[in-house]
Write a protein that binds this ligand. Sequence first.
Ligand SMILES: [Cu+2]
Length: 296
Amino acid sequence: MLAAFSDYFDLNRLIGMMPNSSEHGKEIDQMLNFCHWFMLILFVGWTSYFLYTLFRFHQSRHPKADYHGVRNHVSTHIEVSVVIIEAVILLGFALPLWGKRMDFPQDEKDHALKIRAIGYQFGWRLHYAGPDGKFGRQNTRFIKPGLNDLGIDPDDPDGKDDAVVTGDMHLVLARATVVRVSSLDVIHGFALHQMRIQQDAMPGTEAPQWFRPIQKGSWQIICAQLCGEGHSGMAATYSVEDKKDFDAWYTDQRELTQNKLKNFSEELKKKAEAEKAELEKHHGAHGAEHAEKKEH
Ligand SMILES: [Cu+2]
């Protein structure tokens, strides 16, 4: 019934909501449409009542104040009805819908496209787990701006097929997808309006967002929380494409990332060797000094 209602009286479209492009989005739209209608009715109802009271209880009609006020219970009944309807929306629709969001067959879940989205001032970095479905181990001591922004351990085999991309997320049509949302600094908001996905990005947490894109296209990733002076420039892009196009793109991204990691790893080795040489030199000098003292 709700579905038929939504199709004929679509307030979402009227107020300019982007068309939905994800599998679970239709149900969210139906609920949003219902809420929009409910709010419209409340708005018209309360506003008319307000205007009515301005007229009905105007000073010219009631020069003397009535200290008893309202004597019937109509307003109480209306208030209670509104609370009940809102409770039904929340408990009967919103929460079950939220619970259904991870409803993918286990097999699909195991082979889902796994991405981490990390917000920072001001942009998004996307860490792809790659075909093995495992994210490379990370450590803050491996962070190197430009070469290894996310501090991936270059020696971890799980990271060998990973890719890190800045500001451009690619997805596969019809494939179960999970984006784990987090942040490097302040609270950001990860919003894919066409996928009906929105999640606050908080430092120190990872919030998994499951969905399945059902339409090809290119759109914007929006930061949905005012996160600083560069917030408006934080827009990134995302697109949904066929597996073949995605695979071609991913192969390039993985190579770029792995080359950077290789350079980083070599830098790390050189640094370690230099440090070792320095230490030996120091030890050598110290030893000589010691010998000199002994002679005296
Ligand atoms: Cu932001």
